[in-house]
Design a protein around this ligand. Sequence first.
Ligand SMILES: *[C@@H]1O[C@H](CO)[C@@H](O)[C@H](O)[C@H]1NC(C)=O
Ligand SMILES: [Zn+2]
Length: 415
Amino acid sequence: MRSLFLSTLIFSTALGVVVPRAGKKIDYNGFKLLRVSLSEGAEDVEAQIEELAAHVLNPGKTAHLDVVVSPSDADAVTALAATSTVLNEDVGAALAEEGELAAYEVPSETWFTAYHSYADHLSFLSDLQAGFPGQSELFTTGSSVQGRTLTGIHIWGSGGKGSKPAVLLHGTVHAREWISTMTTEYFAWQLLTKYASDATVKSLVDKFDYYIIPVVNPDGFVYSQTTDRLWRKNRQTVSGNSCVGRDINRNWPFKWEVPGGASTNPCSETYKGQAAGDSPENTGLRTQVDALKASTGIRLYLDVHSYGQYILWPYGYDCNLVVHNDAEHRSLATRAASAIQAVSGTAYTIGPACATLYATTGDSTDYTDGVGNATYSYTYELRDTGRYGFTLPANQIQPTVRETWEGFISMLKDA
Ligand SMILES: *[C@@H]1O[C@H](CO)[C@@H](O)[C@H](O)[C@H]1NC(C)=O
Ligand SMILES: [Zn+2]
């Protein structure tokens, strides 16, 4: 039973998914963030917990689940779990620490002290580009379900546009991972604003062509700002089902059909779609990967996510398969993790994705490796390890982007 308090704000569908009333933003005040562990082989219990939860924050992880639950469902979830810990007593209060979306200002370091609206992210990119017209341009690669173009910035150095192997960066494929938007933008900001004054940055910009798309899931991102802060997927519907959204990072057409690393349930956080590559966002992203493969080749691909503090590389779809250049992937990741730790003490766990975190099928890094022929493919899971999760306070944006930048340039030097 849902409480009267909640029923004034939200109602639940047959599968327990929290849906906002028209025009209302979901109010997470009083919702708890619980970390629950399950007994061995308790898949049915896991399904029951997922039904009760407003959101599963780490879908696919088997050792424990981090779930956001309403006050009225918290006891039921705790009763189903083998063990449970309260990570956060009040998700609504944690959201308040994120701060308000800032008013738009032209790009400066203060951009990285607050979160921003989607429209302002587009303004940031175009204003940044306008400051460096000789070595950058905006590009688009396809569009979203609701018709927003996937917009990125292409940055090049002294060799001229399109002359070097590609470094491709994706942010915010999962709508709620706002720190990934800020981080990919910081990389673009640093590459352009430090080029003239910092010899290391100059050498790295001269070495590669950079293609940076801070928000690859714009519809989901907008929805996470207008309606449900904890939204993950895109906003694609499935005929005959009221649940919305495909997980774009389970939709790539490589090993998509392998069971176990995604969900076939449209209500799940990891819904893989009805067919491989059937989301328009994936079509746009994959078109660019394929084009870069065919032209200069991809040296380094990063898919920037949060949270958990991981650096992961292929494969997601098979926990026993070792990528041909596993040792090189490990070497770059080890050095990047050390570089990050040297800035701030933030500790990262590194390893092949499936064996280190959990199985994922149809994910981006398996595609860029297996189809895109990228030399290096990594997923970054940024701060933190669960206290704030996706809603990292505004005062952690700058520390996070700065430490991650050191990891990134470490990889660029080695790649
Ligand atoms: C893959 O990339 C390597 C360079 O890293 C290149 O030598 C090779 O030809 C590429 N293979 C394909 C099939 O594109
Ligand atoms: Zn993610």
